[in-house]
Design a protein around this ligand. Structure first.
Ligand SMILES: [Zn+2]
Length: 349
């Protein structure tokens, strides 16, 4: 596949990062708007002094280990986060982090979160996720945890960023089956040690709205951590007035699972009509994080992601519907800067 980052005129600059530099730790210019992909569904989203982290996950155990933990319940598993691997990528949450958003509670979204809760316990960081995610995290008995259960309080503001969690659903993994489906209905009393304990819970999609002084939306990001069924996308219609408030400038879309449900991302795009689409979650997260992996030049893709065919579909949908969006295919670790900001050729230094 050719290097196919498709940029419309005046679109963002995209640049690779040396390992393991983090844009957020490099004193960004306060007017910058950027997003940075750290593999899997892990994102840093930033505008000015406000920063949001999504699904930070760097332990990335091998799929052999995951499968053994899932399929051989009689064998001791000790399925846990790996501080060394985490520290190699994102040892601390970035300085301006207001929220950590959790799209669902599967291990590739939640496993490393207890590390950050522990590491950043003295800071004012709000975690937002499902009741299930909260109940799993309580098994770690954190000394302090500012956690908002999205099913109870879907929208909140800190600084000049508002996040809204909306219920959606999760594409099946194989043959119509979703592994680790279900809820954890009461707080765990001990640390989970098997992958099967990281149940999905309510899958959420997020709107991240960066606001001006009058709390008007100036930049809006949508993210999902799993491909959604047509019904899961249609559920967003219940929030049409919110969607009408501002155009979605950036839609970060999960690739794997797209061909396991009908009409993904067709239904979603009909509702969202984003200005830019950024692809996500397509790298092989069964191996350690490696910055600079390029989807157009030898990236180790997640098996069965069918990345190329998803890209073709996106292009076809654009042509047949006149959407006019640009499509970004980030390398791991890459920053994407957006217009209306001080645009740079590299991550903030
Ligand atoms: Zn999942």
């Amino acid at each position: 596949m050719a290097y196919a980052m498709i940029l419309s005129a005046c679109a963002a600059t995209v640049s690779p990062l040396p390992s393991p530099v983090l844009a957020a730790e490099q004193s960004p210019t306060r007017t910058d708007r950027y997003i940075q992909w750290l593999g899997t569904s892990s994102w840093i989203l930033s505008s000015g002094d406000d920063l949001v982290v999504v699904d930070p996950f760097f332990t990335r155990p091998s799929f052999v280990r995951v499968t053994a933990s899932l399929m051989l319940p009689f064998v001791p598993s000790n399925f846990a986060y790996d501080p060394e691997r985490i520290r190699a990528v994102l040892p601390e949450l970035p300085k301006d982090t207001k929220f950590v958003l959790l799209t669902h509670a599967h291990y590739d979204h939640l496993l490393d979160v207890p590390y950050y809760i522990n590491q950043n316990s003295g800071r004012s960081i709000t975690y937002v996720g499902s009741l299930t995610a909260r109940n799993i995290l309580l098994g770690f008995k954190p000394s302090a945890l500012d956690f908002v259960i999205a099913e109870q309080k879907p929208s909140m503001i800190k600084g000049r960023v508002r996040v809204t969690a909306l219920p959606s659903d999760h594409a099946p993994h194989f043959f119509g089956h979703t592994f680790m489906a279900g809820d954890v209905v009461s707080p765990m009393t001990s640390i989970p040690s098997r992958v099967g304990q990281y149940l999905e819970g309510q899958t959420l999609v997020f709107l991240i709205d960066f606001l001006d002084d009058q709390e008007r939306v100036v930049w809006r990001i949508f993210i999902n951590g799993a491909a959604n069924s047509a019904a899961g996308a249609e559920a967003l219609r219940n929030h049409q007035s919110l969607l009408n408030e501002h155009r979605i400038n950036v839609a970060i879309l999960c690739v794997p699972g797209w061909d396991k449900v009908d009409d993904y991302p067709d239904t979603l795009l009909r509702l969202l009509r984003p200005e830019h689409i950024v692809l996500s979650h397509y790298d092989d997260f069964g191996s350690p994080y490696t910055p600079g992996e390029d989807p157009n030049d030898g990236m180790r893709f997640l098996p069965f992601a069918n990345y190329d065919r998803f890209l073709e579909r996106l292009k076809l949908l654009d042509t047949s519907n006149n959407y006019g969006y640009s499509i970004y295919q980030p390398k791991t670790g890459q920053c994407i800067f957006f217009p209306d900001s001080y645009s740079k050729a590299s991550c903030p230094q």
